[in-house]
Design a protein around this ligand. Structure first.
Ligand SMILES: Cc1cc2nc3c(=O)[nH]c(=O)nc-3n(C[C@H](O)[C@H](O)[C@H](O)COP(=O)(O)OP(=O)(O)OC[C@H]3O[C@@H](n4cnc5c(N)ncnc54)[C@H](O)[C@@H]3O)c2cc1C
Length: 273
């Protein structure tokens, strides 16, 4: 059994960030992943995936993307970046190792893994929140192929077919766009709530997040200084812009079609929210 000051579970962007940050502070971490390679979740995403956030805000701490990387790095740039830095000297990388349990022990924590036990004083759990694809149970009798966005790679298998993309988050919008550039017969996009449509790049090709981060800070300062009636109106506006969280048909889940409108009216009238 090996003892570590810090064991990190998950070698995705969060785990590798923690590992390089600890290494920079003189701590030699153990970085564990169940997959055979670093950045497993990024490796398995669709071919055309690019970051929505600019490279200036999307690199690992203290490690910029190499010169020549596009403003919005592609999937393979992200994978290469994470892979290179996870292999830096000063980080012990253990792949093909699934962490099955974490229990308290005299030294701190005992990790039961598929390749043996590890003791560590501290554990960082960086296993992500999108590891399990979810397809909501929708009523009906559709007999065509249904797949989750995590299984989509490119438009080739859908040549000549009619495709419905359900959901207008980043993945849905990008996949719909990718399909339109292939030989697909028609592409439809199902929209339940008005989507937030943002340009990836602003004026002069500047990434949207370069402006969004300082603007968000300014908005918070501005909001704190506003009288409560105006704050209530702002909450109503935020509610209008926020997509509903639950998946599936709102009616099937007992939602009344007008509930959202009523919540908006209550918020605008200065009610709770
Ligand atoms: C299509 C898409 C586009 C995105 N685009 C952007 C973007 O442009 N900008 C941005 O900032 N974010 C983006 N994100 C969001 C976010 O950056 C990514 O989802 C990111 O991969 C999350 O990193 P993570 O390290 O938290 O988790 P993950 O990348 O999911 O990594 C978790 C790791 O933990 C491992 N693991 C899980 N369980 C165990 C276990 N029991 N034992 C050992 N290992 C385990 C997994 O194998 C995996 O490698 C995007 C997400 C998606 C889905």
């Amino acid at each position: 059994m090996t003892d570590y000051d810090v064991a990190i579970v998950g070698a995705g962007p969060a785990g590798v960030s923690a590992a390089v940050s600890l290494k920079d502070r003189g701590v030699r971490p153990l970085l564990i992943d169940r997959a055979p390679e670093v950045a497993a979740s990024w490796r398995s995403r669709y071919d055309r995936l690019k970051l929505n956030t600019g490279r200036q805000f999307s690199h690992l701490p203290g490690r910029r993307y190499p010169r020549g990387t596009p403003t919005f790095p592609a999937r393979d740039h992200v994978v290469e970046h994470l892979d290179r830095h996870a292999h830096e000297d000063g980080i012990d990388l253990r792949l093909h190792t699934r962490v099955e349990r974490i229990d308290p022990c005299a030294r701190g924590w005992r990790l039961t893994t598929s390749t043996g036990d590890v003791d560590a004083r501290n554990v960082v759990v960086a296993t992500g929140y999108q590891g399990v694809p979810v397809i909501p149970a929708l009523p009906g009798s559709f007999t065509g192929e249904t797949l989750h966005s995590s299984e989509y790679r490119n438009a080739k298998p859908y040549a000549g077919l009619r495709v419905l993309v359900v959901g207008t988050g980043s993945s849905g919008m990008e996949i719909a766009h990718d399909l339109t550039t292939g030989d697909v017969a028609t592409v439809s996009l199902s929209v339940r709530t008005p989507p937030n449509v943002m340009r990836r790049a602003g004026p002069g090709g500047l990434p949207g997040d370069v402006l969004a981060v300082p603007l968000d800070g300014l908005e918070r300062i501005f909001l704190r200084a506003r009288p409560s009636a105006l704050r209530a109106r702002h909450r109503a506006e935020a509610l209008r812009r926020t997509p509903a969280r639950s998946a599936g048909s709102p009616r099937a889940r007992g939602a009344r079609p007008r509930a959202r409108e009523e919540a908006l009216r209550a918020a605008e009238a200065g009610g709770s929210g």
